[in-house]
Design a protein around this ligand. Structure first.
Ligand SMILES: Nc1nc2c(ncn2[C@@H]2O[C@H](COP(=O)(O)OP(=O)(O)OP(=O)(O)O)[C@@H](O)[C@H]2O)c(=O)[nH]1
Ligand SMILES: [Mg+2]
Length: 440
């Protein structure tokens, strides 16, 4: 009997989704070359191999494994190209069967992997909120220092936009352009996570979805009675269209099929961006937690009875820091998750965390008695560096945060020599175990 499991792989742009999928597929398809001691079937020799097939039933475009692998294995090696859309694939994992009554001697686990942008996940809370509620929610978070200081003028202009005034197309279009730039700055400059509409970060489309930031003293009834051509009504309709045309189809056609969800987190990038970036990551975790707890929210619940039985968070690219710091990274991620998921609401949702590098780009060396990382930077220059030490507790004050400011480790190029058939990694086997250990 073949078994099937559908796993969603997500993370914000650049979190390492495509690279991890490529490494995972490669490791499982080449069990003799892969080093997967933490994955029981590989250790016992029961992992016979895996075949890649298109996930035809999903109706989704195929994940470009060939292209990603070619990039990693080319001379000089390159990273896969950035992807912007959802994609899927099936991996038929062949395992030796020890079942007494089966004579075939093998069994197959069909692992369907679906890669989709984490930015889409950040849009799911919209299903729980009507436009008025979303405005209040945005008004609350946008006035937080980490966002407010990036675009003070835009925020005052949005706050000054009168709900009842007749909408002026040119004014709204101008504001939307600025708002989109603001969201992009929140991501690239401040490494913030909880940004809506999430799709605006990925594509330059005219969603025109703006929050009205000052709805104080206006009841739901008063807002509903506003003229059809008022800013409030025009923006409310755009919001509803976005939810209807972008968010709902994603849940219906894709999201609700997931059995397990893997969420990749660039915790190194976030930590080195500072306290506000880390706080915002926790805010995003809280909303992810609510999404997977489905719970009480009418609309989301009608669309989706989640069957996700396991939520996995993985810190990626840990090869950018010394092995001595890997555990601190796991501790930090674990603490943030614990804070988010410890509430009664989330009890019973199994969550796990790991720290991995899909493709290990550095190795450790000893120079003048100090441990260092050596590798190549993105331009291919040979590099030796020691990263700022990572502590397993978050800094208690600004002075503590200064330790991380401006000290982010360099981005690395994939290592040479993978064409010989071995993709070095860190703890991808442990991740596999968390993902599939109970199914094989
Ligand atoms: N050092 C290191 N860097 C990595 C690793 N995986 C990914 N990266 C870096 O992260 C970047 C993004 O990786 P991708 O796999 O393209 O990430 P993604 O989540 O698919 O990104 P999008 O397609 O843009 O959404 C790469 O270009 C590398 O610079 C890793 O295991 N180690
Ligand atoms: Mg990608």
């Amino acid at each position: 009997m073949d078994r099937r499991i559908c796993v969603g792989v997500t993370g914000f742009s650049g979190a390492g989704k495509s690279t991890l999928l490529t490494s995972l597929i490669y490791q499982l398809s080449h069990p003799q070359k892969a080093q997967l001691p933490g994955f029981a079937p590989a250790l016992t020799g029961d992992l016979l191999g895996a075949e890649l097939k298109p996930a035809l039933d999903s109706g989704l475009p195929p994940f470009d494994y060939g292209g990603c692998l070619d990039a990693l294995m080319s001379q000089p090696p390159r990273w896969p190209q950035s992807t912007r859309d959802v994609s899927a694939l099936e991996l038929h994992i062949h395992l030796r069967s020890h079942h007494r009554f089966r004579n075939a001697g093998t069994k197959t686990l069909i692992l369907e992997l679906r890669d989709y942008p984490g930015e889409w996940l950040m849009d799911l809370p919209l299903l729980r909120l009507d436009y008025r509620e979303w405005c209040r929610h945005q008004s609350h978070i946008i006035n937080d220092d980490s966002r407010a200081r990036l675009a003070p003028q835009l925020i005052s202009r949005l706050a000054a936009l009168s709900p009842q005034a007749p909408a002026q197309e040119a004014q709204l279009a101008g504001l939307w352009g600025e708002y989109r730039q603001f969201l992009l700055r929140c991501r690239t400059q401040s490494k913030l996570s909880y940004l809506q509409p999430g799709r605006a970060l990925l594509e330059k489309k005219d969603y025109g979805l703006l929050p009205l930031l000052d709805l104080r003293g206006m009841s739901a009834e008063a807002l509903a009675a506003m003229p059809d051509n008022s800013n409030y009504q025009v923006l409310r309709r755009r919001y509803e269209d976005y939810v209807q045309e972008q968010v709902t189809p994603f849940v219906k056609s894709h999201f609700r099929h997931l059995d397990r969800q893997l969420i990749l987190v660039d915790i190194i990038g976030t930590l080195f961006a500072g306290e506000q970036a880390l706080d915002d990551m926790c805010l995003a975790f809280a909303h992810i937690a609510d999404t997977f707890r489905y719970g009480k929210s009418g609309r989301l619940n009608r669309l989706w009875k989640p069957k996700v039985d396991r939520l996995l968070f993985a810190a990626t690219k840990v090869d950018q820091v010394l092995a001595a710091d890997h555990d601190a990274l796991r501790q930090l991620l674990g603490q943030q998750l614990q804070q988010t998921f410890s509430g009664a609401r989330h009890r019973g949702l199994p969550i796990f965390s790991e720290a991995i590098a899909a493709v290990r780009c550095s190795r450790e060396d000893q120079r003048s008695g100090r441990r260092m990382l050596v590798g190549h930077d993105l331009q291919g220059r040979y590099l030796g560096f020691e990263n700022a030490e990572i502590f397993s507790q978050l800094p208690a004050d600004q002075a503590g945060w200064n330790h991380y400011t401006g000290a982010a480790p360099p981005q690395l190029r994939p290592p040479l020599g993978m064409a010989s058939g071995h993709i070095p990694h860190i703890r991808v086997d442990a991740l596999l175990n968390l993902l599939l250990g109970d199914k094989v």
